[in-house]
Design a protein around this ligand. Structure first.
Ligand code: THG
Length: 265
């Protein structure tokens, strides 16, 4: 199970503030804590740095890589910011994200190839957000065949079905889960990933929904999550469900996490 730590994201007020003040200590503390809690990759997003996102992304990458060994997930709607982040990054980065939208595809694919990066591929195209399982499969087909044709190894591809808020439509949870299963069936060699927070948007006690949704996605074949690794309940469920799904030989990871105090009942 791959955990991408989501906390260094400027949509969070404290992070936006720290980035604006170039507060290295705050960012580095968040990086260390997430890596220690089990994040194998750390997402970095500075979308609120309007007009200077390119410069700030390079600073953010340097700042985080100064203190942790894990690779980063460079997260931006701006291809220029992705490029400066990737240029600053040491080791194999992950790109968040490419889509099948013509313009996005054309600007991000060259970066995936140049940096031999892992890539999150969102199941959307110029028709907008997917409306059904069939929509996601149709777009995933374009994404996977296009990426593989460009020489990207299947193992570096992470399909994101795009999770919509359950509060908007009570079938959005089921639709997402069926998409995960269908993607796994059709592309067994490709990974799938999602953020957990969209599903609970607008509902109370969001972490309960995020935690339940993570376990349900995992049972349908999802093998990576963008999440808050400092949520010890969430990480406990993730390690437990991974072991129960037969993906943790001799329960070694579960036992190690418990011994290190990283998970707790
Ligand atoms: N797929 C992909 N990328 C993504 C997402 C996804 N990136 C963004 C998001 N979803 C995952 N990242 C975050 C980062 C921070 C928060 C949630 C998701 C967060 N949210 C607070 C909350 O939920 O309560 C609100 C913000 C705040 O604290 O001010 O912290 O699905 N590919």
């Amino acid at each position: 199970m791959l955990v991408v730590g989501e906390l260094i994201n400027s949509s969070r007020k404290a992070v936006a503030q720290a980035i604006a003040n170039r507060n290295k200590a705050y960012i580095q503390d968040l990086a260390r804590k997430q890596a220690a809690a089990g994040a194998a990759i750390i997402d970095v997003n500075c979308g609120t740095s309007i007009g200077e996102e390119e410069k700030v992304m390079a600073w953010l990458v340097d700042t985080v890589q100064e203190v942790v060994d894990v690779p980063l997930c460079i997260d931006s709607p701006s291809a220029e910011a992705l490029a400066t982040g990737l240029a600053a990054h040491k080791g194999q980065a992950m790109i968040n994200s490419i889509t099948a939208e013509k313009e996005r595809w054309a600007e991000v694919l060259p970066l995936v190839k140049e940096y031999k990066a892992k890539v999150i591929a969102l199941c959307m195209d110029d028709g907008g957000m997917p409306e059904s399982v069939a929509d996601r499969l149709r777009v995933a087909d374009k994404l996977v065949s296009g990426l593989v044709a460009a020489g990207v190894p299947a193992d570096d591809i992470y399909l994101d079905p795009l999770i919509k808020p359950l509060g908007v439509n009570s079938q959005y949870g089921v639709e997402a889960l069926e998409s995960v299963a269908a993607l796994k069936e059709k592309y067994p060699e490709v990974h799938s990933i999602c953020g957990l927070s969209n599903v609970s948007y607008g509902l109370p006690e969001r972490r309960l929904l995020n935690r339940a949704f993570m376990v349900m996605c995992l049972t349908r074949g999802m093998d990576a999550f963008i999440l808050d690794p400092l949520d010890i309940q969430l990480m406990g469920l993730l390690r437990a469900a991974t072991a129960l799904a037969g993906q943790d030989e001799f329960c070694l990871e579960y036992i190690a996490a418990a011994r290190a105090g990283k998970i707790k009942a």
